[in-house]
Ligand binder design. Structure first.
Ligand code: FAD
Length: 303
């Protein structure tokens, strides 16, 4: 079976979890409950996003710092080029380096006016992710850099050559891992891996997995991000709009189905977009054979 095939006692898989910086105290509490629940599964790293246009600069930093000081987890801070001068971005990189952060997810970011508007680099800023990767690696070689990848192409890339040339530039600038935009059709991911290999790119391309907590919202976001929602996938959630409990069960089953299929195809790394919620991701990781570092004693065993 999957668990025993991939290693005795452990799943043999590597996972990472993505969180976003909380806006309110209540959201902060939800985030920390989620981090505390997922931490014992010993993720490779946990990443914290950077709000559109750099709007969460302080909050991202605060969240990353708290992870560093209160847990044994390795945080990766997302950072974008949008709306900031090179000096401002460099200052953020320095702050991270001095705080002990050793991993940055370097991105271009979306236009401040929102996805779909024309992107214009800040006149004194880094223009694309590759420039940011190069700057971080030159400035702080101790910091590992991950970048984005798009199994269905970034919406602004006219063709595959453009897309792969861009990924190659990011790798040549020093990126050591790419994390993909989420996708629902595993065939697209496998086809992307073939294209990446044919382009001579050999860094790990970690699939980004999104559990569908709310199908309507996910479908909207997928459309903006250029991710296809196959009809068979949408059908899984049909008629469940007002049935949160069933939706939750279906979401876990659907996510496990996607991840198991990838494991069967030889994939060993997964990046989960947690949306700061632990339950679904925890359940899927459990199904993958992952167990907490210190096993929680069940009520039955304790009795
Ligand atoms: P790039 O890799 O720079 O590419 C963007 C586009 O520009 C591509 O079409 C590329 O072909 C083109 N391009 C690159 N270089 C050039 C050039 N020199 N001339 C012309 N065109 C060029 N957004 C946030 O705001 N905060 C986050 O925390 C965040 N985290 C993310 C995490 C992951 C794993 C992913 C996949 C995305 C994330 N995003 C985040 C979204 C991301 O910012 C957007 O998708 C954005 O539109 C592109 O960023 P990028 O780093 O992929 O850009």
């Amino acid at each position: 079976d999957r668990a025993s095939r991939s290693g005795a006692g452990s799943s043999g898989l590597r996972v990472s979890y993505e969180f976003f910086p909380p806006k309110t105290e209540a959201m902060e509490e939800t985030l920390w409950k989620s981090i505390e629940r997922l931490a014992p599964l010993s993720p490779d790293f946990v990443s914290v996003t950077y709000g559109a246009g750099g709007s969460t600069r302080e909050r991202t930093h605060a969240t990353v710092s708290r992870i560093l000081s209160e847990t044994a987890l390795k945080p990766a801070a997302h950072l974008t080029c949008v709306g900031a001068t090179r000096a401002e971005v460099d200052a953020v990189v320095d702050e991270y380096a001095e705080a002990g952060v050793r991993h940055i997810v370097a991105l271009r970011g979306d236009p401040v006016e929102g996805i779909g508007s024309v992107y214009r680099p800040h006149p004194e800023g880094y223009s694309h992710a590759a420039d940011l990767v190069e700057a971080i690696r030159r400035r702080r070689p101790e910091i590992e850099v991950s970048v984005s990848a798009y199994v269905e192409r970034h919406p602004e890339s006219a063709d595959w050559q453009t897309e792969l040339d861009n990924l190659k530039r990011k790798v040549d600038a020093g990126a050591s891992r790419a994390i993909t935009q989420f996708f629902f059709d595993n065939d697209l991911y496998m086809a992307f891996l073939d294209r990446v290999a044919a382009a001579g790119i050999s860094i790990p391309i970690v699939p980004g997995i999104v559990p569908v907590l709310n199908f309507t919202q996910t479908a909207k976001f997928a459309q903006k991000a250029g991710a296809t929602v196959p009809a068979w996938f949408a059908a899984r959630f049909e008629g469940l709009e007002d049935d949160a409990a069933t939706r939750q069960l279906v979401a876990a089953a659907v996510c496990a189905e996607q991840v198991f299929d990838l494991v069967d195809r030889g994939v060993g790394d997964f990046h989960f977009y947690t949306m700061n919620r632990a339950d679904l991701v925890y359940a899927v990781c459990h199904l993958l054979g992952m167990r907490p570092e210190k096993p929680v004693q069940s009520t039955e065993a304790a009795a």
